[in-house]
Design a binder for this molecule. Structure first.
Ligand code: BG6
Length: 482
């Protein structure tokens, strides 16, 4: 299934319309390549503070919107008011599927309500019906880095087990109300990084609490899978991890063993969701660190019964590990070891199409589940051409075409030569949207250009880039014509 991918907090906008409540993503400011995005919050004593996603906020922190500050997610690129136009453009490209996320607070503004916000249901129903008009299958991510701000500020975010149950209620509502319109689902986006993006949702750097919170996320996912299958046995519900290729720097046995551990740090999230239990190596690590997860009777069965139907993953770059250094798949690659065989994009991400074939093999060998590349793409600065009146006439993006072409070619090899069961490909940011890492607009991935700058200024008009016609051909030929 060829298509493209987006997420509500970076694409949808309309943050205070239709009865929507605030989410943890609504208090994230804009950043840049050199200046990290921050969360604005009041500390326990009521002082206004800011923290990057890598800094702890301490107990009592409450995310707030500071008047006059720019928060790029508020408007994003306004899918909320442009969905018909955008979907028509996706259809023109020949999309068979479209990945988007449902904003939790559009359905449950605080997260605790027992009644759903019907305006939110109306909005997403209209979107799904519009997709159906063009025979485009939605692939719906239930959680893409957002959490109701109320649950973060007034409760204890993911540290509270209740959050898992509230999430399951939200998921159940989606399965019931969108039944017949949506068949493909993902529970959590990039489950292996999501709590990093959600510091407000855990507000502690204590490893015990971090692992407790993560355990609640796994429970929420498994409970939702069970519920989604019960409501409609035709539902295909997947997991999603940030998964790149990892290479050991050299053949030093210590480097290799460290490499295995770095791989485990990425794989254990898949192990839990695909095999239904914490793997032995993780249990031992938790024991060694004195971490004891609080569980309830019946939890083991929930994890076992709530395993997923497919593995979705994002693939952008590869990393190199060496003894003593813990590398991971977070977007911030400032501490990464350079791979002399690869080139980087402007944000330091190492471009590695062959790595995608390796990863497809790795995941399929390990789990024998269908795979879906739900994100892949080239974030870059695009330079439009203008006519004498200042209208955009063309956007040439050969670098994007080259990146995607090389990755699709490796994907084909994985399917045709290696026998990998790959069911879908939805490149990231098929239409330009806000960067999750930097909050910028200029880090663009789209086939469709959106006229908006890093401060949110612009006409929001949509334009076809050169890659638009190229991808249209790729889809029409089922990947034969690259
Ligand atoms: C993934 C996320 O981490 O990478 C997306 O699921 C994100 O939300 C994408 O946008 C690309 O990262 P960035 O920082 O370039 O937007």
């Amino acid at each position: 299934m060829w298509g493209g991918a987006t997420a509500a907090n970076q694409y949808e906008g309309g943050y205070d319309e239709g009865g929507r409540g605030l989410s943890t993503q609504d208090v994230r400011t804009a950043g840049s390549r050199t200046r990290k995005r921050t969360v604005t919050y009041l500390d326990g004593e009521g002082n206004l503070k800011e923290a990057t996603r890598f800094e702890p906020m301490g107990p009592g922190a409450k995310g707030i919107i500071v008047p006059g500050r720019y928060y790029p997610g508020h408007q994003a690129v306004d899918f909320y008011h442009h969905y018909k136009e955008d979907i028509a453009l996706f259809a023109e490209m020949g999309f068979r599927c479209f990945r988007m996320s449902v904003s939790w607070t559009r359905l449950f503004p605080k997260g605790t309500e027992t009644e759903v916000n019907e305006d939110g249901i109306r909005f997403y129903t209209a979107v799904f019906e519009e997709l159906k008009k063009y025979n485009i299958e939605p692939l719906v991510t239930l959680n893409h880095f957002d959490l109701p701000l109320y649950l973060a500020n007034e409760r204890n975010g993911w540290c509270d087990r209740e959050t898992a149950d509230l999430f399951t209620r939200f998921a159940e509502t989606c399965f019931v109300r969108f039944r017949g319109l949506v068949r493909y689902w993902i529970t959590f986006n990039e489950i292996n990084c999501m709590l990093d993006w959600n510091k407000l949702g855990i507000r502690t750097d204590d490893p015990q609490e971090f692992h407790q919170a993560l355990y609640h996320v796994f429970l929420a996912s498994a409970q939702s899978v069970i519920c989604g299958h019960r409501i409609d046995s035709g539902n295909m519900i997947g997991m999603m991890a940030a998964y790149g290729a990892m290479y050991p720097l050299d053949c030093d046995p210590d480097t290799y063993f460290n490499h295995l551990q770095c791989m485990h740090n990425m794989q254990w999230y898949c192990d839990v969701q695909c095999r239904g239990a914490y793997p032995a190596y993780k249990q031992k690590e938790l024991e060694r660190n004195g971490i004891v997860i609080r569980k309830q009777e019946g939890d083991e069965k929930i994890l076992k019964d709530g395993t997923v139907d497919f593995i979705g993953f994002s693939y952008y770059f590869s990393v190199v590990s060496r003894a003593g250094v813990n590398v991971s798949m977070t977007g911030d690659q400032s501490h990464a070891v350079d791979n002399p065989y690869l080139k980087k994009n402007e944000w330091g991400w190492q471009i590695d199409p062959v790595g995608l074939r390796s990863v497809l093999n790795e995941l399929y060998d390990r789990y024998q589940l269908p795979l879906w590349i739900v994100e892949n793409g080239y974030g870059s600065i695009d330079t439009p051409e203008y006519d004498s009146e200042g209208n955009i006439t063309a956007i040439h993006d050969p670098y994007r075409i080259a990146y995607l072409k090389a990755h699709i070619a490796e994907m084909k090899k994985a399917v045709e030569l290696d026998g990998v069961d790959l069911i879908g490909y939805t490149p990231w940011g098929c239409i330009d949207l806000i960067s999750a890492g930097t909050g910028e607009m200029k880090k663009r991935y789209g086939f469709i250009y959106v006229d908006m700058d890093d401060e949110g200024k612009g006409s929001l008009k949509r334009y076809r880039k050169d890659s638009f016609a190229w991808y249209q051909k790729v889809i029409a030929s089922n990947g034969e014509e690259l």
